[in-house]
Ligand binder design. Structure first.
Ligand code: ADP
Ligand code: GLC
Length: 469
């Protein structure tokens, strides 16, 4: 049995903006179910959904550069996993997790450096792990602290580090001066260490200093070693390719299964599909679309609106899409341009297009259940979870063949387009519409609903990796 301490800026259901949280809500639990011991360290944000956590450490003191911090650590156990919340009000008691009004908090480097320091405190006083497993740039400083700053510190001797890339597009970039703010020596300002085109990258800290690197699908592990997907880090990743593996995320069927989902109006499964029809009827009503669309195809989308997600491809073809025999339900928020586009699209075609701008967990489930197909035109997609959820809900994914989308969707379970291009997307939607209503569609739904992306398989791969270390 190994003891794994994960460090992340999000974990469901406590704090979530995207798939990272889903992973940190499910993978540790799967590790525990496989007999390992797992804990997670994350910030106690103002809007963290935490009930009565137990104080376990008062005034953990540490310095980040010239600033002293005192953290209280609180614990909540869920699914056998110990979640440690770091309470530092001046850093985390704010309206949002990362940014407000489209602007990143200017002290994000300190906020997440403090998370890493606090995690070392948890490692030392509360959990004593064999492996420290960081996720994304917010945890990038951890291996730097372990391998450089505290290299000879007896408390951490022998601890191994794993770092998972959920998204190479977020690099934790800060000005060169941030190095001093973080208390790191100027000698780390080198292109083979933390420097990245004149700035510092905390993501790079994770990539350079960790014992093993993982990313969230085999395909993405290949892609990020190429200039097209490497965001300038591809050379480094090629150099580390013998320590880099792609492990596909799982889907948490405890939360995402139409047979048990409490967010949807009627439960269903492969052998009782009438419930799905009820979900569609209710979704049309909730979205304000005409009920006579019940017999016609409905396409759902749920996403962060970020360039990564490829929705700008739709901006070139709204009228072509609206001319098809198709309705659309969209839920998302982020990029203003896309928010405005979807608002305008919905008001131009009120009988066909419904858009809700915002974040709504329940509606995300109802869109998965009530739609016939689910669109993910991502430019790049490290793994993507919604296409896996969609399959379980019998909602056929229509995806750009990239990263985890390409690894998880095949010709029996969905529709893929190859080029990152509006016309290919449109052609692919048309292919799907051709199949809709035929026996082949039912066959595909059946195949999709039987695909199993459950976590134990992925967790077993992580465990193999931990053992290797
Ligand atoms: P990413 O992590 O890049 O955002 P994923 O597909 O891995 O993409 O995960 C996205 C997760 O976030 C899914 O659980 C999805 O349902 C959820 N999600 C994204 N946008 C919204 C939204 N506007 N409202 C509710 N849930 C959302
Ligand atoms: C990132 C990626 C997404 C992945 C998620 C969880 O946010 O964009 O593809 O599924 O992390 O690993």
């Amino acid at each position: 049995m190994a003891k794994i301490l994960m460090v992340s800026s999000e974990a469901a259901p406590f704090a979530k903006t995207g798939g990272l949280a889903d992973v940190l809500g499910a993978l540790p639990k799967a590790l525990v179910e496989a007999g390992e011991e797992a804990a997670v360290v994350l910030p106690l944000y103002r809007h963290a959904a935490v009930l009565n956590p137990r104080p376990v450490y008062d005034r953990l003191q540490f310095a980040v550069g010239s600033r002293g911090f005192s953290a209280n650590i609180l614990e909540q156990v869920q699914g056998g996993v110990r979640y440690f919340f770091v309470r530092i009000p001046e850093l985390y008691d704010r309206d949002a997790f990362y940014d407000e009004g489209g602007r990143e908090y200017p002290d994000n480097h300190l906020r997440f450096a403090a998370l890493c320091h606090a995690a070392l405190g948890v490692a030392r006083y509360l959990f004593n792990p064999d492996i420290i497993h960081g996720h994304d740039w917010q945890a990038g400083l951890l291996p730097v602290l372990l391998r450089d700053t505290f290299r000879y510190h007896p408390a951490y001797l022998g601890m191994k580090t794993v770092f998972t890339i959920h998204n190479l597009g977020y690099q934790g970039l800060f000005t060169a001066r941030a190095l001093a703010d973080l208390g790191l020596p100027a000698r780390l300002f080198r292109p083979d260490l933390l420097e990245f085109y004149g700035q510092i990258s905390l993501l790079k800290g994770g990539l350079v200093y960790s014992d093993m690197l993982t990313t969230v699908s085999p395909r993405y592990a290949q892609e990020i070693q190429t200039p097209a997907f490497g965001f300038g880090m591809d050379g480094l990743l090629r150099a580390r390719s013998s320590s880099l593996v792609g492990i596909l995320n799982g889907a948490d069927y405890g939360a995402w299964d139409p047979a048990t989902d409490r967010n949807i109006p009627k439960n269903y499964d492969r052998t009782h599909l009438d419930g799905k029809r009820e979900c569609k009827r209710a979704l049309l009503a909730e979205a304000g679309l005409p009920s006579d669309r019940l017999e016609r195809p409905l396409m759902g989308m749920v996403s962060r609106f970020a360039e990564q997600k490829g929705f700008d491809l739709l901006m070139h073809i709204p009228h072509e899409l609206a001319a098809e025999d198709l309705s659309l339900v969209v839920l998302g928020s982020g990029d203003r341009r896309l928010e405005d586009f979807f608002r305008r699209f919905a008001s131009a075609y009120p009988d066909r297009v419904a858009a809700k701008i915002g974040y709504d967990e329940g509606l995300a489930h109802r869109i998965e259940a009530g739609s016939d197909m689910f669109l993910m035109p991502s430019r790049y997609e490290p793994c993507g979870l919604n296409q896996m959820y969609s399959m379980r809900y019998g909602t056929l994914p229509v995806v750009h063949a990239t990263g985890g989308l390409d690894d998880t969707v095949d010709a029996d379970t969905g529709f893929k387009f190859r080029a990152d291009d509006s016309h290919d997307l449109l052609a692919c939607v048309r292919d799907a519409l051709q199949v809709y209503g035929t026996p082949r569609w039912t066959e595909m739904m059946n195949a999709a609903m039987q695909r199993d992306f459950s976590w134990p398989v992925s967790a077993a791969e992580y465990i193999r990796l931990y053992r290797r270390l």
